[in-house]
Write a protein that binds this ligand. Structure first.
Ligand SMILES: [Zn+2]
Ligand SMILES: [Zn+2]
Length: 251
């Protein structure tokens, strides 16, 4: 009998300095804050899964995107070593919630991994809507980063391995997916940017970066249906290397 309970560890990939309304649809204009970038490691049955791979280079983000900072243990190599004791070669599966620069920046490091992304996101990343052209960088996910044959393109809800399922939560990007993970405490949704912050899901406020506001509401509803706990993509109440006691979705 396969034990489908997974151990989760959050990995912090630095922090971005943003205007809050970019996270809370047309609310909190003029308010600025530092937000973490989360990657998440899953361990179970001898399989190592990494959800999202952070930013690849601090200077690059500061130049191309905006103000960003990163402590020494917040690079993917250091965080994996310290948080779960893995080297990049130990990662079996990478799940990209979506292909914005802060979620796939280090894809090129995982040479032994299969990469999971939604078909729709793959298409969108090669032909983004104009307002998102600046946050997709092809070299982070094209064949110079990941051998095309190592991608697994999924279409909607799919079980990746027992106890780890992906499902579409579009609206922040055209093919965004979230991950539902079985743990000893119950189901944990690694949400990606369908919920940047906890308040998005708890107060039903869409993120500020959207391809469809309506789909964002629908995506958040799908998260509420499936998850008991949540790890939002950029929430500041989550701790580095957190393993349990994640925030409850329906407070
Ligand atoms: Zn995003
Ligand atoms: Zn993000």
């Amino acid at each position: 009998m396969i034990d489908s309970k997974w151990k989760i560890t959050t990995l912090k990939m630095g922090e971005l300095y943003v205007e809050k309304s970019s996270l809370t649809y047309q609310k909190d204009v003029g308010e600025y804050l530092w937000i973490p970038i989360w990657s998440t490691a899953l361990e179970g049955n001898g399989v190592n899964i990494l959800i999202d791979t952070g930013i690849h280079d601090l200077e690059w983000v500061n130049k191309h995107i905006g103000v960003c900072r990163q402590l020494e243990d917040e690079t993917i190599i250091k965080a994996l070593e310290e948080g779960v004791g893995w080297g990049p070669e130990d990662v079996d599966i990478v799940i990209n919630t979506h292909l914005h620069y802060d979620h796939c920046g280090n894809n090129n490091l995982f040479k032994n991994a299969r990469f999971v992304v939604q078909k729709k996101e793959w298409a969108a990343s090669h032909n983004p809507i104009p307002c998102q052209e600046s946050i997709y960088f092809k070299e982070l996910f094209d064949s110079s980063a990941v051998n095309y044959l190592n991608w697994r393109f999924v279409d909607g809800e799919e079980e990746i391995v027992p106890g780890v399922k992906v499902f579409l939560t579009t609206g922040h990007s055209e093919g965004h997916q979230s991950v539902i993970v079985d743990t000893e405490e119950g189901s944990v949704c690694v949400a990606g940017d369908i919920a940047n912050l906890l308040c998005n899901i708890q107060e039903n406020i869409p993120a500020g970066i959207v391809t469809s506001t309506k789909e964002m509401y629908e995506g958040m509803e799908e998260v509420r249906k499936r998850g008991k706990f949540i790890i939002p993509g950029h929430d500041y109440t989550i701790k580095k290397y957190q393993n349990n006691n994640f925030p409850i979705i329906n407070k």
